[in-house]
Design a protein around this ligand. Structure first.
Ligand code: GLU
Length: 313
């Protein structure tokens, strides 16, 4: 069997925190423990919040914990032509339509008592306002200065896949955006194109993305691309039960270093949180590769220790 190829795909919009690093570690261990490859891809589609400085600091954090990667780090901002080509394929197959709605119009359409598909629209799903626009209506909107986004005709298709951590997952695919009206490809499309073009065979990521996966699997099927295996791992939480964020205290390697918590100690903390080491046990990244097994990885969200949540050093 060819060996696995895993990946970590952060958005370079800030320093990686313990939650990001824990997901990266488990993705890296999963790939490396089977002798597989590991790629890093920068999901920098949003040029306003992304920066090369964040990218360098994120790579420095991975390196600091002993996680290495194969080949060059790919940037999504340099790959728009590939995403556009896939949107063309879907458009040629009649699977897309132009959507002129503003966010506000979508909100209003969803809340209107007799709005399109009233009562049938899933939470947050696009209500389908532009799905059946005629060529004349589209031309009028363009003449009025509106620029369209491109949406997938999801047709409320039900998609089922098996997740290595969460079991069988089913989801109904809405008319998700493929290209925003400023020309920027959307996350779901870009991630599918890149995972396929980069030959990724296993996706390990946070379970906040589980609900997006049916969309991605449907896009793979429509584009005739292989579906990788998926494992969505629980997120790291603050003591308040919310998803870990900067406000929770010392959560990045730089902040932890300021409190005298070195990279090896952070690796030990993350390993223990995953069930791969005893609390306080000294570990190394290669040592963890040797002992890694999915069966022992904890399936519960990890709440970071209270002493890291104090605000001062
Ligand atoms: N770029 C996404 C994030 O930082 C992750 C995408 C993925 O792993 O598929 O949340």
């Amino acid at each position: 069997m060819p060996s696995a190829r895993g990946r970590f795909a952060p958005s370079p919009t800030g320093d990686l925190h313990l939650g990001n690093l824990r997901t990266a570690l488990v993705a890296w261990l999963s790939a490396r423990s089977g002798g597989g490859e590991f790629l890093v891809r920068m999901e920098d589609l949003d040029r306003v919040t992304s920066s090369v400085e964040h990218e360098q600091r994120q790579l420095g954090s991975l390196d600091g914990l002993g996680m290495d990667w194969d080949g060059t780090v790919v940037r999504q901002s340099e790959r728009f032509a590939r995403y556009d080509a896939s949107i063309e394929v879907l458009t040629a197959a009649g699977r897309t339509y132009e959507c002129f709605c503003t966010r506000r119009e979508i909100r209003d359409a969803i809340s209107a008592p007799n709005g399109p598909d009233a009562g049938l629209v899933a939470d947050g799903a696009y209500p389908g306002t532009c799905r059946f626009l005629t060529a004349t209506q589209r031309a009028e909107l363009i003449d009025a200065g509106r620029r369209p986004a491109v949406r997938l005709r999801g047709d409320d298709t039900e998609v089922e896949f098996v997740d290595g951590c969460c079991g069988t997952v089913r989801g109904v695919v809405d008319d998700v955006v493929l290209r925003r009206n400023d020309g920027v490809p959307a996350y779901n499309l870009a991630v599918v194109v890149d995972d396929a073009l980069q030959g990724v065979t296993e996706v390990v990521r946070g379970d906040d993305l589980l609900s997006s996966t049916p969309r991605q699997v449907l896009l793979q099927r429509m584009l005739d691309l292989a579906t990788p295996t998926y494992r969505h791992v629980p997120l790291v939480l603050g003591a308040d039960g919310a998803r870990l964020a900067k406000r929770h205290g010392a959560v990045t390697l730089a902040q932890l270093a300021e409190r005298g918590i070195t990279a090896p100690a952070v690796l030990g903390l993350l390993a223990a949180s995953l069930g791969l080491a005893e609390p306080g046990e000294p570990v190394t990244a290669p040592g963890l590769v040797e002992r890694f097994e999915w069966d022992v990885v904890h399936r519960q969200p990890w709440v970071i220790p209270v002493d890291l949540q104090r605000s001062g050093p």
